[in-house]
Write a protein that binds this ligand. Sequence first.
Ligand code: SF4
Length: 711
Amino acid sequence: MSRQPLNTIVRKKLTRRELMKAAPIGAALAGTGALVAGSLSNEALASTKGTCRFCLMHCGIIGHTRGARLEKVEGDLSSRTKGFLCEHGFALREMVHSGARLKHPMVRRGDAFHEVSWDDALSEVAKRLETVKAKYGPEALLIQTGWPMVRHPLVNWLHRFARAFGSPNVSTVASLCEASLRMGQALTVGSKYSSDLRRSKTLVIWGSNPGVTAPPFLHVVTKKADGGNLIVIDPVKTGLAREATLWLPVRPGTDGALALGLIRVVLENGWYDRGFMEANTLGLEELRALAATYTPPEVERLTGLPAADVERVARLMAQEGPTGVWAGLGVEHHENGVQTLRAISALEVLIGRFDGTQDPRSILTPPGKRFAEEMLPALYDLGTPEPLPPPVKARALGRDTYPLYEMFNREAQGQLLADAVLRDTPYPIRAVMLLASNALVTSQGAQRLEEAADKLDLLVAIDPFFTFSARKADVVLPATTFAESPDVDDADNVAAQSIVAPQHHAWPDWKVIVELSKKLGLGAYFPWASMHEASKQKHVRWMRDSEQQPRPSPTVEQPKFATLSGRAEFKSQLLERAGLPGLPVWTPPTETPSPEFPLRLVTGPRPRAYINSQFHDVPSVNARMRTAEVILHTTVATPLGITTGAKVKLTSPYGSVTLLAVVTDDVQRECAVMAAGFEDANPNRLISPDKRDPISGFPAFRSGVCRVEKA
Ligand code: SF4
C-alpha cells in the first residue's frame, strides 16, 4: 500500500457529554473558547515547577497557569540551571496551545484519517499488533522514541511493554546521538566521563556547538577564551569559534587523523607520565607505532590544518592543563566515529586526564564501577511484587551487526529499521510505534524509510503534532507535551506535578502504554495507577533482560579503570573480542570529492531555531528561520554566481534537495553544511542509507559528497 502523507481528516462529532468525559478541563476549555476564557480571567494564577524536556539540558522551568491555560513560563532560579531558559523553553506556552496540536485519536481509512475514540483507536492498534505477532512473531514490533524521551524514565516502561509483548526491539535517539561518544570513552577507560568545564584551563570543543546545543553552559565555555585556552575544532566557524584562541577548520571525517597526530606530538616530546602509563595502560607501544606515521605535515595533508597548529594544540593540551575535551556529533557521525573518539580518549589519558596530574576531580573510575551499571540506573532489582514478563527469545535488531552497541546501550539499533522491513534482515519488522519521534525525517535514509513505511502492516504515531511521520501512519494518537503530564526526574526519580492540564483529548505516553497493554491482555505487567506511582517504587524491576546480556567481568582485583584489563586500554580487548581493530585506527571516509560531486557534505548540525524537527509548528520560532539553508564557502559559491539567499539545488549520489544558500568565509572551503529536521529539504535524502560506523552503527551523516548549482 502506498502510504502518502495525509492531511485529510474526517472529524468525529462529539457530544458535549463525550467532550466533558474525555478531557474534563482541556477539552471543555478548547470547546467553549472565549466564554470560558472570560469566566476564568478572575481565576488565580497557579505556579508549578517542572523540567524542560525539549533537549537534554533539562532546564528547571516554572509554569504559571490560569485554569487549563499556560499563561507564562520562566526559568527556575532554584534549579540546577539557575533560571536559564532558551527561546525553546519560552516557546512552551505556544507549543501547548498551538492550533496545530493533534486533538483526537485518528485511524486511516483509505485516503483520509477518521477521528475515533481512544477506546476504538487502541482496540485497532491491539488487533493489528496481534495479527502481526501471529504472522511474523512478536519481534516484528519495534518501538522508537525521539528527543523528548531522552533520559526519560518512560523508556523503561517501553522496554517492559515490548518485552511483555515478546519483542526485544526498543530504540531511542541513542542510535544516532551521543551514545557512540560514550562507547568510545568506555571502550578506552571503562566508563563515560565529562569534562570539568570550570577547572579546565585549556578547553577543546571538538565537533560540538554548545552555544546551540547546550546554551545553559555557554558562558562557562566562553570564559575560557579570557582566562585560558579555548580551541574549537569544527568545519564551521561557530559563534564559539569566533571567541576561541584557535579555530581548526578540520576536513570532515579526518578528526581521527588529527587525534593521532596530536598523540604523536605528545609521545615524541615525552609530555606524559611514563611510569603511570606503563603501570596503568594497555597497548602504549602499539599506539606509539600507530601514531608514528601521523607527522604534523602528514596531518596537514589529511586534515587541511596547518602543521604548526597541530603542534600548538598538542602543546596547549599537554602543557597548559588541566585540559578538558567536549566532543560532539561532529566527531560521531562518520564511518570512523567510535575509533576517532577512542583516539581522543587515548590522548586524554596520555596528557594526564585520568592520572590526577591534570584534573584532580576526575581521576579514576571507582574500582569495580562498570560502564553498564552507570548507564542503566535502577533497572535491575529483585523482590518487588509486580510480575516480570518472561525473557524474550529473539535478539534485538543490531545485536549481530553492532553487538557492542547493543551491549553498551541495551537497546535495538534503530538505524537498521528500513533493512528489517524491506529485506527482512535479520527478521521482518512489520509494526512500528513512534513516540515523540519523527523518524521518517530524522533517521538515516529518508527515501528507504518512506518505502519501508509503505510496507509496514502497522505504523502508529504517538505525538502532540501531526508530523510527517504521523501523516504516514495508520493510527495517530494525540500525546501530551511534557508540561501536561506528571513528570519523573531522571536523576533521582523525584516525581513532579504536571505544569498544565492535558489539552484537547491528548493522553500522556505512559497512559497510552498502560491502556494498550490492557487491550493486549498484558495489563498485569503495569499494576501502577500512573508512572508517578511506579516511580515511587524505586526498585521496580523494569524489563531489560540482565540475564540475557553478557556483561564484562573484572579480570583483576580492584581495577583502576573499569575495562576488562583494569587498565586504560589504548588497545581495546572488547573490540578485539568483537573482531574489530583494538587500536584507535583512522580510516578515511569512503566517499571523497570527485569532479561530479566536488564538495564534502556535512548534514545534521542543529540550527539555532529548531531542535531537529521540533518547533516547526511554533510561529515565534519559525519567524527566525523558515527555510532550510546550506552554508557554502565564498570560493565555491562566487564562481557559480551564488549569493546569500539564492535558491540552490544540492545533489548527491542519493538525491537532490532545494534550499537557500548562506555564503561565507567562515566554513571549511571544501564543505557544504546543512541542518537536519526539514521535511522538504531533508538532508537524509542526500546521505547514504548504508554507510555507518562499524562499532556503533551511527550513520555517516557528515561524510557525504555533493555538488551545488543555482536552482
Ligand atoms: S536549553 Fe532550552 S530547550 Fe533545552 S532544556 Fe533548556 S530551555 Fe529547554
